[in-house]
Write a protein that binds this ligand. Structure first.
Ligand code: FAD
Ligand code: NAI
Length: 475
């Protein structure tokens, strides 16, 4: 006997479980299918984000930052800490506990919202009379039928050709979050978001870290001035980033991994490391979905083709998150999940792609929203720019964390904020004010005239806004 639902969500990551909760809030009967297994074979809701992405990486970043502070920054506060050591197994176990708390929290939320959860793989069987039959196989074996299907099956790490992940020596994000001891030498391919975050974790813990990046520019998508400042800070910390490289053969031996590469001048080089993390982007995941059975259209990258409303080519079938176009970010997946659930319920959910913030959780943190200076120049848009260094911010001085700046870009005529770019302490939190401002189409003058608490890092945002009009007060 098949079970009938108004909405069936395939995937329990941030796109899927949030869509399921919102649809249930709107009165729909909802099933959510997710196949992720914890180490005991049980369900582990939350997808990549919770299990091998956002949450565990931030847990390790926090632990390694404490270690770094104890080693390098306590002394300036008059605190002596000798023989500081790191128990990597304990650090990883703490990370696993944080992950489990999140897994359990999501399971509780599904239950609270009366979403029926099925642990297993969901696959399309057929479409009939405007409904879809979905087979669940795994711990749960069921056939579900629903008129509205939301696919939120996420993404997987991209491997280097000829160097498949073994998660022992050649690591994806999964293995990178489970390294059992600090490697003496760690190599990373790709200086994108994962490369910089994971490289920072293991560098702080004492590994000699080298990142090989294919592009000639560092963080090409980031505002150039901000990327330059971040590059300077990372280099000073000892993170070695080689730009414009061509990666050749990757060979494993008992001792480690050897990477043949060519530098920007075309000279042949070899990088010998104990472990290699490959972080060269992610590919949309539709493995096992049996998309062909119903004719669900994919593009050449394997992403499910959707329009701006997340509608696929099939009536009643929607797709959200990493498996569709757009940035691969948990909060983007969530916003799409909410919007789709609301559209199914006849509402008008909306996702504003212009105001999706990005954060790189390194130290200093990098965060931005809206357009970069190079994008505005390329578009021929007249703009004014204001920036304010944390060096001139009282709270940053008190924290002992004065690297970086806030930079605001506003339209030259209307003064509407077009982009805000931050490198520095707590950039991840500071960016929220700027997202709100842009959502409300605020001008830089609006931010400049709002009272900000003193002393706070957010005063740097206000000062950057004042600087747009060349009237910063503290710099
Ligand atoms: P996923 O989270 O990948 O979830 C998909 C789920 O569907 C998985 O549980 C999968 O098992 C399940 N599934 C797939 N196919 C089936 C099927 N056929 N049947 C049943 N279940 C299925 N983003 C941020 O915004 N901030 C960060 O700090 C951040 N850090 C990251 C760090 C790392 C190391 C990585 C790898 C990613 C990070 N991301 C971060 C990106 C973020 O994890 C993804 O954008 C987000 O998880 C996408 O959500 P999703 O729901 O689309 O897919
Ligand atoms: P990425 O797209 O951020 O970076 C990949 C990097 O690898 C790029 O700089 C690219 O030029 C380089 N590259 C690609 N092929 C290469 C090759 N053959 N040789 C050398 N360099 C090569 O991808 P990454 O770091 O794997 O992360 C995947 C995604 O996960 C991110 O794009 C992001 O969406 C998400 N993520 C988000 C985080 C956050 O929000 N803080 C943290 C980590 C991941």
């Amino acid at each position: 006997m098949s079970k009938q639902f108004d909405v069936i969500v395939i995937g329990g990551g941030p796109g899927g479980y949030i869509a399921a909760i919102r649809a249930a809030q709107l009165g729909k009967s909802v099933a959510c299918i997710d196949e992720w297994k914890n180490s005991k074979g049980g369900p582990a809701l939350g997808g990549t984000c919770t299990n091998v992405g956002c949450i565990p990486s931030k847990a390790l970043l926090q632990s390694s930052e404490h270690f770094d502070h104890a080693n390098h920054h306590f002394a300036e506060h008059g605190i002596s800490a000798s023989n500081v050591s790191i128990d990597v197994a304990k650090m990883v176990a703490r990370k696993d506990t944080v992950v489990k708390q999140n897994n359990d929290g999501i399971q509780y939320l599904l239950k609270k919202n009366k979403v029926s959860f099925f642990h297993g793989r969901g696959a399309f069987v057929k479409a009939a009379d405007g409904a879809y039959e979905i087979m669940v196989s795994g711990a749960a074996e069921e056939t579900l039928v629903g008129n509205q299907i939301i696919v939120a099956t996420g993404s997987n790490a991209r491997a280097l050709p000829g160097a498949p992940f073994d998660e022992e020596m050649i690591l994806s994000n999964d293995g990178a979050l489970r390294i059992g001891a600090v490697p003496k030498k760690l190599g990373l391919i790709g200086s994108g978001v994962i490369g910089l975050e994971m490289g920072s974790v293991w560098r702080r813990l004492g590994a000699e870290v080298t990142i090989l990046e294919g592009l000639p520019t560092f963080l090409g998508a980031v505002d150039e001035q901000i990327a330059k400042e971040a590059h300077k800070a990372f280099t000073k910390q000892g993170l070695k980033v080689e730009l414009g490289v061509k990666v050749g053969e990757v060979k494993k031996s008992k001792k480690g991994v050897s990477v043949a590469w060519t530098n920007a001048k075309g000279e042949a080089q070899t990088l010998d490391v104990d472990k290699l993390i490959v972080s060269i982007g992610r590919v949309p995941n539709t493995i096992g979905l049996n998309a062909e059975a119903v004719g669900l259209k994919l593009d050449e990258r394997g992403a499910i083709v959707v329009d701006e409303l997340c509608k696929t080519n099939l009536p009643g079938v929607w797709a959200v998150g990493d498996v569709v176009r757009g940035p691969m970010l948990a909060h983007k997946a969530e916003e799409e999940g909410v919007a789709v659930a609301e559209r199914i319920a006849g509402q008008h959910g909306h996702v504003n792609f212009n105001t999706i913030p990005w954060v790189i959780y390194t130290s200093p943190e990098i965060a931005w929203v809206g357009q970069t200076e190079q994008q505005l120049k390329a578009a021929g848009r007249a703009y004014r720019s204001g920036s304010f260094p944390f060096l001139a911010n009282g709270r940053a001085r008190a924290l002992g964390d004065t690297t970086g700046m806030v930079k605001m870009l506003a339209d030259a005529t209307t003064d509407e904020i077009l982009g805000v770019h931050i490198v520095g302490p707590m950039a991840s939190e500071l960016i929220a004010e700027c997202v709100v401002a842009m959502e409300f189409r605020a001008s830089s003058e609006d931010i400049a005239r709002i009272c900000h608490a003193h002393p706070s890092l957010s005063e740097a945002t206000k000062e950057a806004a004042l600087a747009v009009d060349k009237r910063a007060l503290n710099f």
